[in-house]
Write a protein that binds this ligand. Structure first.
Ligand SMILES: [Zn+2]
Length: 254
């Protein structure tokens, strides 16, 4: 696993997961810059050939997955529905989600040509947003979980993400128990628990039938790296009223 950066003329920071075939997929996670700047992201995705531009749902920490093909023109262009994941089998259709500590996940099934983008905070993770996305790719487009490639982007990790035991138990319950614990799901230090949200999502994907070798996980922690990432927890603690966001974006080229 290697993370790559691209800093052409600006300070733009992109992480390009190498799990996707470069000739068919453009996919990346952004850093603090360009964050969710639609112009910079669209330029990098090269959406010039796509009439509809970049689609992002209105995120609400739900477990709801949108199927792009089921959206109306009004929903695509003006009033995106509330949801925390979106999938499509259409080429030249750019999907994205925004995060700042929550986990951004990008998916691609080469056999069925399906792409997806997921926002998984602790609530979404506990409710199974990634599981729902994989299951919807299967039920709507006929994807086999074993064929789906998954990139789990920079998010808050167990070095920083203190949660209470109630949250810990909910997340634990959302992932399969019978998996090799080569990466711990959480740490307990005294009365406090620290959870690894990316690892929880990786386990959820494996429990759905995704192959571990088809899952790429960024090692970055958004809270630990203020030079590159916005962090809701870190910035809120410092008094920021509206912490910035970065995102995950994907497009399949026809
Ligand atoms: Zn950290």
């Amino acid at each position: 696993m290697r993370e790559t950066k691209n800093s052409k003329k600006s300070k733009n920071f992109f992480i390009r997961p190498e799990i996707f075939p470069a000739e068919k997929i453009r996919a990346f996670f952004t850093g603090r810059t360009p964050g969710i700047d639609r112009e910079a992201v669209s330029r990098e995705l090269d959406t010039s050939f796509s009439e509809k531009g970049l689609f992002m749902p209105v995120q609400k920490h739900t477990a709801r997955v949108l199927v792009y093909e089921e959206l109306t023109e009004d929903e695509i262009f003006k009033n995106p529905p509330e949801a925390d994941a979106v999938i499509t089998a259409r080429p030249n259709t750019a999907l994205g989600i925004m995060v700042a500590d929550c986990v951004p996940v990008l998916l691609y099934d080469e056999k069925k040509g399906v792409t997806g983008a997921v926002h998984a905070g602790w609530r979404g993770t506990a409710q199974g947003i990634l599981r729902n996305t994989i299951q919807k790719m299967a039920s709507v487009f006929g994807s086999r979980p074993a064929d789906i490639r998954i990139a789990i982007g920079p998010a808050i990790r167990k070095c920083c993400y203190e949660v209470d035991m109630g949250v810990l138990r909910q997340i634990e319950a959302s992932v399969a128990a019978s998996q090799p614990d080569n990466v711990p799901l959480y740490l307990v230090k005294g009365p406090k628990a620290y959870i690894d949200l990316p690892e929880a999502n990786r386990r959820q994907a494996v429990a759905c039938g995704a192959k571990p070798e088809n899952i790429w996980v960024s090692e970055k922690c958004t809270s630990c790296d203020p030079g590159h990432f916005n962090s809701y927890r870190r910035e809120s603690r410092l008094g920021a009223k509206a912490p910035g966001r970065q995102g995950g974006f994907i497009i399949r080229i026809s």
